[in-house]
Ligand binder design. Structure first.
Ligand SMILES: *[C@@H]1O[C@H](CO)[C@@H](O)[C@H](O)[C@H]1NC(C)=O
Ligand SMILES: *[C@@H]1O[C@H](CO)[C@@H](O)[C@H](O)[C@H]1NC(C)=O
Ligand SMILES: *[C@@H]1O[C@H](CO)[C@@H](O)[C@H](O)[C@H]1NC(C)=O
Ligand SMILES: *[C@@H]1O[C@H](CO)[C@@H](O)[C@H](O)[C@H]1NC(C)=O
Ligand SMILES: *[C@@H]1O[C@H](CO)[C@@H](O)[C@H](O)[C@H]1NC(C)=O
Ligand SMILES: *[C@@H]1O[C@H](CO)[C@@H](O)[C@H](O)[C@H]1NC(C)=O
Length: 460
């Protein structure tokens, strides 16, 4: 049954070579007060944390602009620690299945079929249930992959009841996650996340899940293969790529907060504006698509005026500055970009037959009694006070849902189910806690993004 479930089609891949453009990344000079807007160099736009977290006008602010200090905080827990480790082979553990299949099927035949074939199976409808087998890894131990700022077990937080739940889709069969099974199934495959910091959370989560959260010497840093190297003076690269030696499984992340292609207008001028090509997928994605077997996109929290002007992003369409007033409106520009990227990706699928593409819906924020910069909080620690079940038929992220509709891209719809988990954020244990700022955007790990990965794995 499982062999069937995990059956993968080996197919031919046609390879297109493209040319790498290296972007110079300059030292990022952040000032002491992280909430004051600074001007950034164009090069910094390519250095993801800079643009990820910096810059916002007081008005159009969104939360993740508040966490610039994480650069500093995070240096120590940078996963590049495993950089030079190429330790040979523990024997690959021919796997160890749990019998914790949770079939909730209408159709008796369904247990011979991949879950996607089950009638009426919708992964985003279902309920949260307490499960003593959660979390899937230890937040104390997965230091190799978890950023310190997201490892709530390493903070003063004392309540971890949020870790003890799993998502049970209504009519879908879910196999219990088993890392050796997962890795074997992903043998010789590459799983890529492209998106904002929430995409990075999902990436770190998957690394912890796949490694069991144990320190592993047999996971190789292969960032160089993807041009993901820290430029001189930069705080970090634009992303990371790691390979599990035994199964030759690669998991990577690339920072692209808007999913528009960014291009500095003057490469020698630090203060230059950056063209944000709304009708062009990120160069990284176009260049490496042929190497991906699973691709998970996301965007959302960077689509506000503060981030766009702060980052000196200038909207372009057709290679020219955008003049159309209507399209310049943020909501329209986002919709246009998301549709453009989805359309382009879908057009690539026939020539990339082994690629399975996903577009993840937006991860909800939970600021209460204010926004991120006006004392908003998410202090509740009791799970599921707002209910445990989702039965709606419409996505809570209609923009992404509409963009993938009619394509062969799969919607990874996690918005509504994550909406029920307000207690799972970093909350007052944010690195900004001393300034009274709570993080009700990012999630504790282990935590909710683990569930996104379980739903991803079930649909791969
Ligand atoms: C499964 O793995 C656990 C620990 O990882 C081990 O104790 C157990 O013996 C294994 N079971 C089988 C059937 O291999
Ligand atoms: C590892 O996987 C890649 C595909 O992702 C494949 O091209 C390569 O040959 C594999 N390497 C080995 C040593 O099997
Ligand atoms: C690019 O910026 C440099 C430095 O500010 C300036 O000297 C140069 O004229 C600019 N090039 C263009 C094409 O604007
Ligand atoms: C989003 O863009 C698509 C494609 O351009 C368009 O068909 C749709 O009407 C737009 N939706 C909204 C809400 O603007
Ligand atoms: C599943 O439900 C979600 C919302 O709960 C919706 O967005 C999606 O279209 C549904 N998928 C299918 C295949 O019905
Ligand atoms: C999806 O892929 C199948 C083949 O795998 C193809 O027949 C179909 O036309 C595609 N659908 C769209 C909307 O591209």
């Amino acid at each position: 049954m499982k062999g069937n479930f995990y059956r993968l089609k080996g197919r031919h891949v046609s390879v297109t070579l493209l040319v790498l453009t290296l972007t110079t990344i300059f030292l990022w000079a952040w000032e002491k007060n992280p909430f004051v807007t600074t001007l950034q160099s164009a090069q910094e736009q390519f250095n993801f944390h800079t643009s990820e977290f910096v810059v916002d006008t007081p008005k159009g602010s969104s939360f993740d602009s508040l966490t610039p200090n994480e650069h500093v905080q995070e240096t120590d827990s940078d996963p590049t620690r495993s950089e030079d480790s190429k330790i040979p082979e523990k024997e690959f553990d021919a796997s160890n299945f749990t019998n914790s299949v949770v079939p909730e099927m209408k159709d008796g035949d369904a247990d011979r079929e991949p879950s996607s074939k089950i009638k009426d199976c919708n992964y985003s409808k279902g309920r949260w249930v307490a499960d003593s087998r959660r979390p899937l890894y230890s937040g104390f131990e997965c230091k190799q992959w978890l950023s310190e700022m997201w490892a709530c077990r390493l903070t003063q937080r004392t309540d971890f009841s949020f870790e003890g739940y799993r998502w049970q889709p209504e009519n879908c069969k879910m196999l219990e996650f088993e890392r050796s099974v997962f890795l074997r199934r992903m043998q010789d495959r590459t799983i890529a996340f492209i998106g904002d910091s929430l995409g990075r959370q999902q990436f770190q989560s998957l690394l912890c899940m796949a490694s069991g959260g144990e320190w592993r010497e047999d996971i190789e840093n292969v960032g160089k293969e993807y041009g993901l190297v820290k430029a001189r003076g930069a705080i970090r690269p634009d992303g990371w790529a790691y390979r599990f030696s035994n199964t030759n499984t690669t998991i990577l992340y690339y920072w692209s907060a808007s999913l528009a292609d960014l291009e500095p207008l003057n490469t020698t001028d630090k203060a230059t504006d950056v063209a944000m090509h709304l009708d062009r997928a990120p160069a990284f994605m176009r260049r490496f698509l042929h190497r991906f077997d699973v691709l998970v996109l996301n965007t959302g929290h960077h689509w506000n005026r503060g981030k766009i002007t702060g980052n000196r992003w200038v909207m372009y369409v057709n290679g020219k500055p955008l003049k159309d007033r209507k399209l310049l409106e943020i909501g329209n520009a986002k919709n246009f970009t998301v549709h453009s990227v989805a359309r382009w990706l879908d057009s690539q699928l026939p020539s990339h037959p082994r690629l399975k593409a996903f577009f993840r819906t937006i991860s909800p924020r939970h600021f209460r009694n204010g926004d991120w910069n006006t004392g908003g909080n998410c202090d509740n620690t009791t799970p599921l006070t707002g209910g445990s079940e989702i039965s709606q038929d419409e996505s809570s992220d209609p923009v992404i849902a509409a963009a993938v509709k009619g394509t062969n891209i799969t919607l990874l719809d996690i918005t509504a189910l994550s909406e029920l988990r307000d207690e799972g954020h970093i909350s007052r244990y944010s690195v900004k806690a001393t300034t009274g700022v709570n993080d009700c955007l990012h999630w504790c790990l282990p935590g909710i993004p683990d569930t996104w990965n379980e739903l991803l794995i079930a649909q791969v």
